[in-house]
Design a protein around this ligand. Structure first.
Ligand code: LMR
Length: 398
């Protein structure tokens, strides 16, 4: 029956984590997966989330199925977090938000919805993008293409080339955009660049699909939502998948959401109906504990404030590590420019290291990063940053 099944090569990110965990070398450094580790190298449990969970446990209550679209309080909080509490799009009922199984679940629900309702469309992702974007959209039956994005010579953005590519797309093309903290490069559009992109999206009648997995890790919760709010204020119709995995450090709880910002309340109601049907076909309904965590942390003024402070501390620690790595590398190799570490944002930077250099880092120095050269800065800490810099400098000088 299954003799013909092809072996699975494994996911490049998860496979690397397995290899890291199996590595017996004590001084190993995990800069592979997009997970925030604290100064002690531990996965933090945020006090805001712990307090929310204590409250949830004390309140007790049955664990019935949630509706297909998820918990109402959680969904309302998500829409406010993305758009700002008093955004006209929310008041006008133009936002259809569903709670999803992580933002991956949201991306997938959105992809399946789009394949049904825009069946002729093709998908355009940044070059490069998170590998799973391509797999996910191809899995939903789409042809996936790339638009220019990362400039390997400057470590910045090929903005004019990106705009030119988007200007040439057929209308109703789906354009996957990283709202902040681009994965894998850490290169983001500035507010002015989003403002210049919006007319192109509108004139070409493109469908923006925003991935917002790292909100709060760039410049702040509101600052990182700039793209979402600007697109909504410009009256564009778009999707946004967002995640609390990183921002609340609740990876395994699978807390995410998908929101469709639509042209009218009537359209939002239609979209909501079909999103519910899509969820029903995929996994019926999302988890109740995830909903309660998100609803409680965001809905309780004190907990929300505490969470924002915790998130700011994570963001600032990443920034400090960017500076520390930059200073060490610059001191070790003064002839090279490591300025990209300071201009790129969020958890990731694109080092420009080749796959062979990445292999050498892993094999000779027990420093793990993706073979694309993506490094997760959030895996650095005061104890490992110098060693990491020395390892990188050594492979760069080889
Ligand atoms: C990453 O890119 O490392 C994270 O988004 C985790 C994942 O699921 O790949």
């Amino acid at each position: 029956m299954f003799e013909h099944v092809q072996p699975y090569a494994g996911d490049p990110i998860f496979a690397l984590v397995d290899a890291f965990n199996a590595d017996p070398r004590p001084a190993k450094v995990n800069l592979s997966i997009g997970i925030y580790f604290d100064e002690q190298g531990r996965l933090p449990v945020l006090p805001s989330v712990m307090q929310a969970e204590s409250h949830i446990l004390a309140a007790g209550g049955p664990k019935g199925y949630l509706p297909m679209e998820g918990d109402a309080a959680c969904r309302a909080e998500v829409a406010k977090l993305l758009l700002g509490a008093d955004h006209p799009a929310i008041r006008q009922g133009r936002v259809a938000s569903i709670q999803t199984v992580g933002s991956s679940g949201g991306l997938k629900v959105g992809a399946d919805f789009l394949k049904t309702w825009l069946p002729e469309a093709q998908v355009w992702v940044s070059d490069p993008t998170w590998d799973n974007h391509r797999s996910m959209f191809e899995g939903s039956g789409f042809v996936v293409n790339t638009y220019p994005y990362f400039d390997a010579t400057t470590g910045g953005l090929r903005f004019e080339a990106m705009l030119a590519a988007l200007r040439s797309l057929p209308s109703r093309s789906i354009v996957l955009l990283h709202a902040c903290c681009h994965n894998p490069t850490g290169v983001d559009l500035s507010a002015a660049q989003w403002d210049a992109l919006i007319p192109v999206l509108r004139e070409r009648a493109l469908l923006p699909y925003l991935d917002l997995a790292y909100q709060g890790f760039g410049d702040g919760m509101d600052e990182d939502a700039y793209a979402v709010r600007a697109l909504a204020s410009a009256g564009l119709t778009f999707f946004v998948a967002n995640s609390f995995s990183k921002s609340m450090s609740v990876y395994g709880e699978r807390c995410g959401a998908l929101s469709a910002v639509c042209a009218s309340a009537a359209e939002a109601a239609l979209v909501m109906g079909q999103l519910r049907f899509t969820v029903r076909r995929l996994y019926s309904s999302p988890g109740i504990h995830a909903a309660k965590i998100v609803a409680h942390v965001l809905g309780d003024a004190d907990l929300r404030l505490l969470w924002q402070t915790e998130l700011a501390a994570m963001r600032e620690r990443i920034l400090a590590m960017r500076h520390a790595l930059h200073a060490r590398l610059q001191a070790l190799l003064p002839g090279r420019d490591f300025g990209y570490l300071l201009s790129q944002r969020g958890m990731f930077s694109y080092t420009g290291l080749s796959a062979a250099q990445v292999d050498e880092l892993r094999e000779q120095h027990a420093v793990y990063l993706l073979r694309s050269g993506r490094v997760c800065i959030a895996g650095l800490n005061t104890a490992n940053v110098a060693r990491t810099a020395e390892a990188i400098a050594s492979v760069l000088s080889a």
